[in-house]
Ligand binder design. Structure first.
Ligand code: G4P
Length: 546
């Protein structure tokens, strides 16, 4: 890394640099991407359970009906029993015969709806686990999130979950992955027993049979036995023979693990699990430690890499307000890119050049928060009272750096926002401005609709609910949202705005970042328009499905 001002290398020197590099090297920062109900919360709990960070499964998410730690930060969240917040979990894990790694698991919201926050979390990870329900295969939300990972070149580990339940054929699932997302599946384990009769896995690297044993309610780590291939047939009979035969077919098809294509995002290692029974979870942790990339150093806005041992830098990937209703606080989650974080140090906020005090740094474990004193590249810091921070903002020490902004993702839901109390006009404007800056919603404007009735645009309708709730409770400016019938947005050349505005199939807006958006009710309308007007160039925005 070089100092843009002086052209001098700014990496920390000597033992401190070595320490930072070593801490970065043992970190794995990842997220789980999946469709709701594929088992993400269950897997998260199982991972933490296996790493011994909690004593019993079920203590993190506090979903409705489960034991435990339901957060009390937002009435909406309580009422629905869902987790709207993305939290960051950190736990140490020692792989078999290996060193202790620090796992940072960034949790993407797991409800049926999702929001831009889900995408933003993926800007802060170095790898992702794509979790697939064995009975359902690839589902829409998994595909959307996968597209974001592909766009950001994030290596993906695939986990086929719920193998303890009747489901699809394993080879057929491999074909589906290859055919629908173009990643070559390279299974590291292969199930012994069909879906619904999960006896264990064939470890394709060692050739061993790893036999799993159920425990009561899956509440504790499942014992596993590593059986030599010469004894595996006795232990699992025909199921072992089938697993070996299918594994040989995979080898013949060139589906053996290859580290280069994994890191290059053209192949994906595959594992089979039952998160509910804690089967296969150790293997996933081992794979994360052995194969997933550690923080690589981050490219800055000019495309220069800032090495992990350069002075401290981080970028904010998410801002969460109102977590504690007693304090109306706001937490900015920042991912450390380089250097060491020490609580109390004064950083520089790159967007304003102003100092930023870090006295209130926190770590967030599930919904519990505690003071965070030190952090290393790959870690997530929760910064409380961070009113000045926005998603995408850079914080640094000593040597200036600016990371690229987080893109606004392509909205799919649109609604006109109107204040219901005309006397609250000022609060209405201020609230909308703040929510937009925080990235809660995108705000679109047009001369036709005027300033009184801005259009909210979102990736998922949950964003509308959050915005509406906060407008009423925080800004005392209740709003009414009137849905608009659009589902597709494209960026347009400002020169074409007038022409587009005259089309019956489109409406044109300007987003606050200056991008002119043409929105259409359906993709067929969009395609029809493009057929009729091939010279009007419309660009896809960063989004699912691009
Ligand atoms: P999500 O976060 O991806 O939305 O999924 P979640 O973990 O909540 O799991 C959805 C349902 O699938 C839960 O059942 C959960 O127990 C079940 N499940 C998750 N992993 C497995 C698995 O490996 N095998 C089996 N058989 N089931 C699994 P639920 O009935 O909705 O809730 P619960 O009462 O069991 O918690």
């Amino acid at each position: 890394m070089t100092d843009t001002a002086s052209g001098v290398s700014t990496a920390a020197a000597g033992p401190q640099a070595d320490r930072i590099a070593a801490e970065a090297k043992r970190r794995r920062t990842f997220a789980v991407i999946s469709h709701p109900d594929a088992g993400k919360s269950t897997l998260t709990e199982a991972l933490v359970l296996h790493a011994n960070a909690i004593t019993e499964a079920g203590a993190i998410h506090g979903k409705a009906g489960r034991r435990a730690t339901v957060s009390d930060w937002m009435e909406m969240e309580k009422a629905r029993g869902i987790s709207i917040t993305s939290t960051a979990l950190q736990f140490p894990y020692r792989s078999q015969g290996g060193e202790t790694c620090i796992i940072n698991l960034l949790d993407t919201p797991g409800h049926a709806d999702f929001s831009e926050d889900t995408y933003r979390v993926l800007t802060a990870v170095d790898s992702a686990v794509m979790l697939i329900d064995a009975a359902k295969g690839l589902e829409p939300q998994t595909l959307k999130l996968f597209q974001v990972c592909r766009h950001r070149r994030i290596p993906i580990i695939t986990v086929i979950n719920k193998w303890d339940r009747p489901g699809r054929d394993a080879l057929e699932l491999m074909d589906e992955i290859q055919a629908r997302i173009g990643l070559r599946p390279t299974p590291l384990t292969w199930p012994v027993g069909i879906a619904g009769d999960f006896k264990g896995v064939l470890d394709r690297r060692s050739g061993n049979f790893i036999r799993f044993t159920r425990t009561a309610g899956g509440a504790t780590a499942a014992p596993e036995e590593h059986i030599d291939p010469s004894r595996a047939q006795d232990a699992a009979g025909i199921d072992w023979d089938n697993a070996v035969e299918e594994s040989e077919l995979l080898t013949a098809d060139g589906a053996d693990f290859d580290p280069d294509t994994f890191l290059d995002c053209t192949s994906t290692p595959v594992l089979f699990t039952s998160a509910a029974l804690n089967f296969g979870v150790n293997q996933l942790l081992d794979v994360l430690v052995q194969l997933a990339p550690s923080p690589p150093g981050q490219l800055d806005i000019d495309g220069e890499r800032r090495d992990v041992d350069a002075p401290f830098s981080a970028f904010v990937f998410k801002v969460q307000a109102g977590m504690d209703s007693a304090h109306r606080d706001r937490i900015a989650y920042a991912r450390v890119c380089s250097g060491t974080f020490e609580r109390g140090e004064v950083l520089t906020h790159a967007a304003t050049g102003k100092p930023f005090v870090t006295k209130y740094a926190q770590s967030v474990f599930g919904q519990k928060r505690s003071t965070l004193d030190t952090a290393w590249p790959g870690d997530v810091i929760g910064l409380a009272n961070a009113a000045a921070l926005r998603p995408g903002d850079t914080l640094y020490m000593d040597t200036a750096v600016q990371y690229p902004p987080i893109p606004s993702f392509s909205p799919e839901h649109f609604a006109v926002a109107r204040g219901t109390d005309p006397s609250k006009h000022k609060q209405f404007r201020r609230g909308i401005e703040q929510l937009e800056q925080e990235g809660v919603i995108q705000v679109l404007r047009s001369d036709r609709r005027g300033d009184q009735a801005p259009v909210f645009a979102a990736v998922g309708p949950m964003q509308f609910e959050v915005a509406s709730h906060r407008m009423a409770s925080e800004y005392s400016a209740p709003i009414q949202l009137e849905p608009l019938p659009y589902t597709v947005a494209r960026a347009a050349d400002p020169d074409n705005a007038e022409f587009l505005q005259k089309q019956p199939s489109a409406e044109v807006f300007t987003r606050t970042d200056g991008v002119v958006l043409a929105v259409f009710s359906t993709k067929w309308r969009l395609e029809g328009f493009q057929r009729d007007n091939p010279t009007v160039h419309l660009r896809s925005l960063v989004a699912a499905g691009d």
